[in-house]
Design a protein around this ligand. Sequence first.
Ligand SMILES: Cc1cc2nc3c(=O)[nH]c(=O)nc-3n(C[C@H](O)[C@H](O)[C@H](O)COP(=O)(O)OP(=O)(O)OC[C@H]3O[C@@H](n4cnc5c(N)ncnc54)[C@H](O)[C@@H]3O)c2cc1C
Length: 570
Amino acid sequence: MVVVGGGITGAGVALDAATRGYSVALLERTDYAAGTSSRSSKLVHGGLRYLQNFDLGLVREALLERQLMVKLAPHLVRPLPLVVPAFEGARPDRLVGVGLNLYDVMSVERGRRRARRGKRARTLGAERRATKAPPEPGAEAATAEEVTGEESWSPERHRVISGEEVLELLPALSDREPTSGYLFYDCQTDDVRLVLTVLGEAERFGAVCANRLDVTGLLERDGRAQGVEVRDGESGATFDVRAANVVNATGVWADELRPQELHDEAELPRIRPSRGTHVTLRHAELPLVGGAIVPAGSGRSIFALPWLGHTLVGTTDNDYEGPLDHIEPSDDDVHYLLDAVNEFFGSELTPGHLTGAFAGVRPLISTGDPKKSVDISRKAELYETSSGMITITGGKLTTWRRMAKMTVDRIVEREARDAPCRTHEIPLGQAISVQELPRVEGVPEESYAALASRYGHAAHDVLALAGARGELAQPIVDDLPDLLAEVALAARREQALSIGDVLMRRTRLGLLAARELSGPTADGFGSTADGPVARVADVLAGELGWDVARRQAEVEAFAREASAEGIVRS
Ligand SMILES: Cc1cc2nc3c(=O)[nH]c(=O)nc-3n(C[C@H](O)[C@H](O)[C@H](O)COP(=O)(O)OP(=O)(O)OC[C@H]3O[C@@H](n4cnc5c(N)ncnc54)[C@H](O)[C@@H]3O)c2cc1C
């Protein structure tokens, strides 16, 4: 099987197929997760909002996946308390309460509902402990076990909390004196690390995954797809990859890979891209322990979430027409988000306060009607052309496993094989507790928790490198936990080939420390001789054998990429 596209959907298909005994090659045009899968709100969630559209099947499916992901990757997918505050003694909005009731009911497998009722009293204490003291930025988030006191996480029912409890979770609201609020749970992840972890598991089961390989066309014989034509983005060489099955998992690009003849245009999706923008802030500028649902006018709401020691605010949702390779956050979007946050928290944040900004496009499927993008279903759709190519798109980060199952089930069925899906029982990476990690001289204490949740057990390898080469024990950006050893590991183990691969995806510094990367001027990326970009370039040059000219060209390429992505706002 050849899988085209290395976002979460392609990664999931590669894992599912490899575990069912297929020989799999996954080809990614640029870098893993470089498309939409690095630009999400990082929530593994049912999507409370979709209840408004009565997308009950989607919400239920996503809620069950959420629960499974915490079990399969507890280091990477973590429960997150979310709050809908109320002010001036007003009752929390009853409609929201109705939605949360439904969310509670749908989030639990039928057999477990009764058991949960009894659990409530037991978990309340643990939950309070987990939310009491606001952690320092970069500190370890509570694990599923710590939050629930149980091995397998299942979310606590939503409840009404007092104004003080709201403030413990949302210290940024201190000027507004909330009087009560709803507390409920969803989960959060690092979207790129989820993709890389799923790919890592796929490789463990024998899949071969490669980035910088652009699929330029389908190989066809007698009207049947027989593989793909490929162009190597590094060398420019072209070659064919033959395969009995071709899966197109190219997200927002899904309507570009086409057989020579289509019997019917309905054999392929029509994608209607919708742009979503996020901005990030220092924790101190908008301190949050849990997430907040923030009203944003016209019945819309956005999230303000704690994420990797920072605060993440998003998202917008508007039709998008424009180039898909670099999606820039528009100024209007940035102002819309800041206005909503300032109004809600009583803050005075400006674009100058932002530590980063990013945008992505949702691969929404056009049904031909003029619905607003917010109202279009996030349901995944599978298409099969008469040539046999299968396209899987739409959906959400949360539902990747179901999308992969749907795809591979179809192939197994048409080949009349007996190969059931196994991904519900395959751990993703290997969780580790921070205490198990050896302390290495020079590594800042706050890095250990970040390493444990990013890599799980593989954090040992980062630390071994930092121990062997002391200069790699240093952070990439002062006061942030990401280490130079991660740069070397990204090149050796994770196919990172450029500065952007490391700063935008293997670490998330491009999203969280854009100003430190850009130096004194907004587009001065790499201009400071001993700045973070230069340090990353030096480590990559050593790992990948770049000479002086190549190193300089790579720094310039990153400057172009970061500018095109619009990560620094002024
Ligand atoms: C703003 C925003 C917020 C979101 N928030 C959430 C959230 O909080 N939770 C959630 O569950 N979902 C969320 N989503 C949805 C989720 O991010 C997407 O559904 C998911 O990431 C799509 O993954 P994908 O693999 O299908 O597409 P992509 O991640 O875009 O992957 C497609 C890949 O195919 C590659 N490709 C394209 N053409 C070719 C070719 N010819 N040859 C080789 N490779 C090719 C691309 O380079 C790309 O890497 C959000 C989406 C957006 C835009």
